[in-house]
Write a protein that binds this ligand. Structure first.
Ligand code: AHR
Length: 488
């Protein structure tokens, strides 16, 4: 068994790991909101005002910090006024982008804000720049956050909410280079400046405005918008999906497993390259990156509507999630937020539902292991990594380390190899270790997943294949595994 040394510096940490890196994204798409988070009819499932209790509990348990809504592509055809007031009177529309189904708008602003309150997470609203007006966007923010007497605020009070809500995160459009209006970067950037002007701060509420950034490696988009959007912007978004639409999640060939891993690990260079371009126009890096859509994208499950983007979530996805979260941790000075796509029943979901049943996917368990990093100080860590046999460029092990306020250290590791195990020799500078505990998520098959028949096949477990060494510990890292280690 090969030994790999991981060194961790425990002094002089500079950056805090933003909890928002562990965010999620819920769109009016397929069975994410309706028949997922929110029940229109099936009230046999315990719920509060239609919001499933089991989903709220599951998301609370992973300390979900922020939830993005209502899209996605849906955001730029969503008109918020259609989703307020008496439900039977709400306008019905066709969700043209996602399957042409009738959207009855029964889940709207009040329902979303209630969901966030129940979970205890920050709301992140994506505004409609593609097909909505400046006035519409402006009044949505007024409706949500103002307490000053106005017709819009009175409308909110009439609809049952006296106090304004706190809303920090606001996206000024989504994917405006494609479904959000097929715009050229210069045109979008000018529109951003115009729309953002009227996204006002009411009372104590302070908006964190997010502009539509690039798709994966579209560096030209970043360059052009950054030249024009010089102020009134807190972050730009980045979307990066790991695509494999020729195969279903649970049928992925071994070659395609390694391809997916390679695509997901590209996140690191994307962040670095976009960040460098942003620095040309914003040398102090006041504007951050928000990776508000990321994850795997496979062929949809047999028998489901292809526009519902419903896929299984396997151990492959767990490795993708772990290495992506390690990348975000290690780049937490650049990434202020990230949102996996999506929360329930869509793409790399953390939760799947069927009627009354709910299962937690392997990706959910990764978020559960990684939540310990939230708000910790990032520690410098270095490992002379090996590369996967199938692709010279792709690093086998992902890792990140952080320190809690109480001085305890949390380390996460993942091994993307399907056949090699490693002995990780973890050396800590300037810190002695007294107690260690660890958890693992693993399987001998990268296609393993939870199903409604076997909901707990894959779940995290206590792990004890480690021993203390002079300056740290030595731990066995199994193939296709994710480990979280707590050191005190
Ligand atoms: O997450 C699914 C879709 O992917 C989103 O609606 C869109 O923003 C992206 O293309």
């Amino acid at each position: 068994m090969e030994t790999m040394k991981l060194t961790i510096k425990t002094m002089n940490s500079k950056y805090r790991i933003n909890p928002e890196i562990y965010g999620s994204f819920s769109e009016h798409l397929g069975r994410c909101i309706y028949d997922g988070i929110y029940l229109k009819d099936n009230h046999d499932v315990p719920n509060i005002d239609g919001i499933r209790n089991d989903i709220v509990e599951a998301l609370k348990a992973i300390k979900l910090p922020v939830l993005r809504w209502p899209g996605g592509c849906f955001a730029d055809e969503y008109h918020w006024r259609d989703g307020i007031g008496e439900k039977s009177m709400r306008k019905k529309m066709i969700n043209t982008h996602w399957g042409g189904l009738t959207e009855d708008n029964s889940f709207g602003t009040h329902e979303f804000m209630k969901l966030c309150e129940l979970i205890g997470c920050e709301p992140y609203i994506a505004g409609n720049l593609g097909s909505g007006t400046v006035q519409e966007m402006s009044e949505w923010i007024e409706y949500i956050t103002s307490s000053e007497p106005s017709t819009v605020v009175e409308e909110r009070i009439t609809n049952g909410r006296k106090e304004p809500w706190k809303l920090k995160y606001f996206g000024v459009g989504n994917e405006n280079w494609a479904c959000g209006g097929n715009m050229r970067p210069q045109y979008y950037a000018d529109l951003y400046r115009r729309y953002a002007t009227y996204c006002r701060n009411y009372g104590p509420n302070r908006l964190y405005k997010i502009a539509c950034g690039p798709n994966s490696d579209d560096y030209d988009w970043t360059d052009k918008i950054m030249e024009i959007i010089t102020k009134d912007c807190s972050a730009i978004s980045l979307h990066h999906y790991s695509w494999m639409t020729s195969q279903r999640a649970a049928e992925l060939s071994e070659d395609n497993y390694y391809r997916i891993i390679a695509k997901s690990k590209k996140m690191d260079e994307l962040i670095e390259n976009h960040w460098n371009i942003m620095g040309k126009y914003d040398p102090d890096h006041k504007i951050k990156l928000v990776v508000d859509e990321w994850g795997t994208w496979y062929k949809t499950e047999e028998g489901t509507n292809p526009r519902f983007l419903h896929q299984q979530s396997t151990m492959t996805d767990a490795i993708v999630a772990a290495s992506t979260l390690d990348i975000f941790n290690n780049r937490c000075n650049m990434v202020s937020m990230a949102n996996i796509a999506q929360t329930v029943n869509v793409l790399q979901a953390v939760i799947l539902t069927s009627g009354k049943q709910l299962i937690k996917t392997p990706t959910y368990h990764v978020f559960d292991i990684y939540k310990e990093h939230q708000n910790n100080m990032l520690l410098d860590s270095y490992c002379k990594n090996s590369t996967l046999d199938n692709d010279e460029q792709v690093k086998t092990i992902s890792y990140s380390a952080s320190m809690n306020r109480d001085g305890s250290i949390y380390i996460t590791l993942s091994n993307a190899s399907l056949d090699k195990e490693y002995e990780m020799d973890i050396e800590l500078y300037d810190k002695s270790v007294e107690t260690v505990s660890a958890e693992i998520l693993t399987s001998d098959n990268y296609l393993s997943h939870n199903s409604f028949d076997e909901p707990e096949k894959i779940k995290k477990q206590e792990y004890s294949l480690f021993k203390l060494s002079n300056n740290g510990l030595i731990i066995k890292l199994l193939p296709c595994s994710v480990v979280g280690i707590s050191l005190k």
